[in-house]
Design a protein around this ligand. Structure first.
Ligand SMILES: [Zn+2]
Ligand SMILES: [Zn+2]
Length: 355
């Protein structure tokens, strides 16, 4: 800890992120852990914060909510973790004991610090150190055989993909359509695969992303809406019915409409995207289709299971890491991520050497 100061990426105000020097955080509550960050990623939700479309994001907060690290120090109420443990940090802070937590709906934890707080309402992990409240629930042990890069996406995009596939109630033999082959969409496809669907269809405007979906082995069929109507493509593969389960991970201008149009009658549409605009629900047009919609933000309550699947070789999101930057070059990394330059999918930030 160089003089108890550290580098951190800060949301200064709408439109402005900057690298700042901040004090190394300290423990505040007995349930806290202090984690030395070894890898943190940049997430598209960070850009949503930058663009001002996350109203609860607090200006001045250190961003970053997808990270792995090593426990530096724990509060006296923390039993399951000790100094030196390698951990994946959960995007969600949750108490584990309220009405919603008890039911696994940790995104709606009613504690004042509950829900997506890290890197949004409280200081997050694009920094050298981070304080993790409710560490008993917010941390997961990384198995020895699993590398930091393999574990990096556990707490956010893999958790989201896993949750989307779970609430989609995918059955063996189903046709699953995933809109958006960005990082979250690709994780959703990888997790959908665990349920042994007949086929996974990936739709995206980018050929590059569709090619990655195929290379990763998470999509059987790829559709580019620039060249092909997605709903028609889904129907042509299912004797005219449509997809059994649609996961909408694109959050585009018209992708919500595509999602319900491509679903078969009585199918399930999972909206896991975070939209920047309101969407319309054309009930007269969808009358009689009897769809089930599931919406919202991840309940990241399966991180232990996800790490075990990674250990078993059943989930591998490492092909998503296209770029690696030291933390002190985070602004350069953000520019590249925001411009979607150089085929960027995910960027891993690592602590600057010498610190
Ligand atoms: Zn995120
Ligand atoms: Zn709770």
């Amino acid at each position: 800890m160089s003089g108890d100061r550290m580098k951190a990426v800060v949301y200064q105000k709408k439109g402005v992120f900057a690298l700042e020097e901040r004090p190394v955080p300290t423990l505040r509550d007995p349930g806290d852990a202090l984690v030395r960050v070894t890898l943190a990623s940049i997430c598209s939700s960070d850009l949503h914060i930058k663009h001002g479309s996350v109203p609860r994001a607090r200006p001045g907060v250190i961003v970053g909510h997808e990270l792995v690290g090593v426990v530096e120090k724990v509060g006296e109420a923390v039993r399951s973790f000790r100094t030196g443990d390698r951990v994946a940090v959960n995007v969600e802070t949750f108490c584990g004991s309220c009405f919603f937590c008890q039911r696994g709906f940790v995104n709606n934890c009613t504690d004042a610090q509950g829900g997506w707080a890290l890197g949004c309402r409280i200081d997050g992990g694009q920094a050298e150190y981070v304080r993790v409240p409710f560490a008993e629930h917010g941390l997961n042990h990384i198995p020895d055989e699993v590398t930091d890069e393999q574990a990096l996406f556990t707490g956010d995009i893999l958790a989201t993909g896993y949750w989307g596939a779970r609430i989609g109630e995918i059955q063996a033999g189903d046709t699953v359509l995933v809109l958006g082959a960005g990082p979250t969409g690709l994780c959703a496809m990888a997790c959908a695969r665990l349920y042994r669907p007949a086929r996974i269809i990936a739709a995206d405007l980018s050929q590059e992303r569709l090619a990655l979906a195929q290379r990763m082995g998470v999509a059987d069929v790829v559709v580019n809406p620039l060249h092909q109507n997605v709903a028609q493509a889904a129907r042509s593969l299912t004797q005219g019915r449509g997809a059994d389960v649609v996961m909408e991970a694109a959050g585009g201008v018209d992708t919500f409409q595509t999602a319900w149009q491509a679903a078969r009658p009585n199918g399930t549409v999972c909206i896991i995207a975070l939209y920047e605009q309101a969407q319309s629900l054309p009930l007269p047009e969808m009358y009689g289709k009897n769809l089930t919609f599931k919406t919202g933000g991840v309940d990241a309550s399966d991180c232990g299971r996800i790490l075990e699947l990674i250990r078993q070789g059943k989930l591998d999101a490492t092909p998503l890491i296209t770029h690696r930057f030291p933390l002190e070059r985070a602004m350069e990394a953000y520019a590249l991520f925001e411009q979607r330059a150089q085929g960027v999918m995910k960027i891993a930030l690592f602590p600057s050497p010498g610190n």
